[in-house]
Design a protein around this ligand. Structure first.
Ligand code: NPG
Length: 372
């Protein structure tokens, strides 16, 4: 297999119910897709970076540049055979840009598997035919509005509720959801680094969350503050989960060694691709640490890869895997729909879905062939 060429597509998807976090909200999800031409097949990958660098240092424009000028040319110049296992090392000379690398690796892997007639879930070693759906809810106008929103998603069948929290929007919303729906609803919170471990009031609020029987508290402090997470983890009952901090197996090892977390949010893009995500899954399984699949408001392309990943055995907690319509009135692929709180793992070759040409035509604002 060789990479004969690639194309970058910028898609604009209006968001029906934006997630407002400490970093802001997205009214339109700008999606960067990579289309890889492998000769005998075409593959698709999604770069999960946002169009502004406020969730991570990566953003769409930079990802497109590094894909065009560095990552795609490197794979195209590689000696045959271009196998998936060789991709991380071929891209390693480019520092960082994990989300861009993940998109290209997924596109090549998707094409390779389509040519082989094998599904991504099967190739990864997935053991589930369907995965549990969880939903993420951002800051709301009021606690009453939040309770109504949570009720709607529970009625829809979601098996886990994740609330965005931050200093000032944490104790009251969590208590209201518990009061309205009881202690049995699987409920977790995601702080996106919004708390300061040096602020006694912030620590007090996090410790006060401990009485609500949450599944986990996700990334309360900054991504580099592993020791502060370890200190909090030792002082509360609620499991601490890391997201932004875990960028590789190496950073995972450090986090585990210092006791910074006992649950890990695995995101294909954040860790650099499918192979890295599986390595983190395997290491966590070995350490008895459950993982779940994080979401980045993906289109159907990225969502399909997430569903395949979440079919692996140690994805023991429902992830941010929701129906396409949770975010998009229209997706570029056949929408993912939930049945009894689960989404079926695609069984078709590769990621099992592909962008619909007619929808691409309408929703794609720019197509850039990569000059090789
Ligand atoms: O359901 O795809 C989804 C989004 C899940 O809440 C989610 N993602 O921090 O992981 C996150 C969070 C996020 C939301 C990140 C918006 C950045 C912006």
């Amino acid at each position: 297999m060789r990479l004969h060429g690639a194309e970058l597509l910028e898609i604009h998807l209006p968001v029906v119910d934006p997630i407002v976090t400490a970093a802001g909200g997205e009214e339109v999800r700008i999606v960067l897709l990579v289309r890889a031409d492998l000769g005998e097949a075409v593959g698709w990958g999604e770069c999960v970076a946002f169009h502004l660098p406020y969730y991570s240092s990566e953003y769409i424009e930079a990802a497109a540049e590094v894909l065009r000028h560095h990552l795609v040319p490197r794979l195209a110049a590689a000696q045959e055979p271009l196998t998936p296992e060789r991709i991380p090392a071929l891209l390693a000379p480019v520092h960082g840009h994990r989300m861009a690398k993940a998109a290209l690796e997924c596109a090549v892997l998707d094409g390779w598997l389509r040519a082989e007639g094998r599904s991504l879930a099967d190739w990864l070693g997935g053991t589930r035919a369907a995965v549990d759906c969880g939903v993420s809810i951002g800051f709301q106008e009021s606690v009453e509005q939040l309770v109504a929103t949570v009720g709607g998603y529970l009625d829809a069948g979601y098996r886990r509720i994740k609330l965005k929290v931050g200093p000032g929007w944490d104790l009251e919303p969590v208590a209201a959801v518990r009061a309205a729906f009881g202690d049995e609803v699987p409920l977790q919170v995601d702080a996106n680094c919004a708390y300061d471990p040096r602020d006694a009031a912030h620590l007090g609020r996090l410790r006060a969350l401990d009485r609500h029987g949450l599944q986990l508290i996700e990334q309360p402090f900054g991504s580099e503050l592993l020791l502060d997470h370890a200190e909090l983890a030792a002082s509360v009952e609620t499991p601490i989960c890391l997201d932004e901090s875990i960028t590789s197996v190496a950073t995972l090892e450090t986090a585990l060694a210092v006791g910074a977390c006992t649950v890990v949010n695995v995101k294909l893009g954040r860790v650099g691709g499918v192979l890295a995500a599986r390595a983190i899954h395997d290491r966590c399984e070995e350490a008895g640490i459950p993982v779940w699949c994080g979401g980045m408001l993906e289109s159907g392309v990225g969502r399909a890869a997430n569903v395949a990943l979440a079919s692996l055995p140690n994805f023991r907690l429902p992830g941010d895997i929701s129906e396409s319509r949770r975010y998009f009135a229209e997706d570029i692929t056949t929408p993912f729909t939930m049945d009894d709180g689960q989404i079926t793992v695609p069984t078709g070759p590769g990621i099992g879905v592909e962008p619909d040409p007619e929808r691409l035509e309408r929703l794609c604002v720019r197509r850039t062939p990569v000059e090789l």
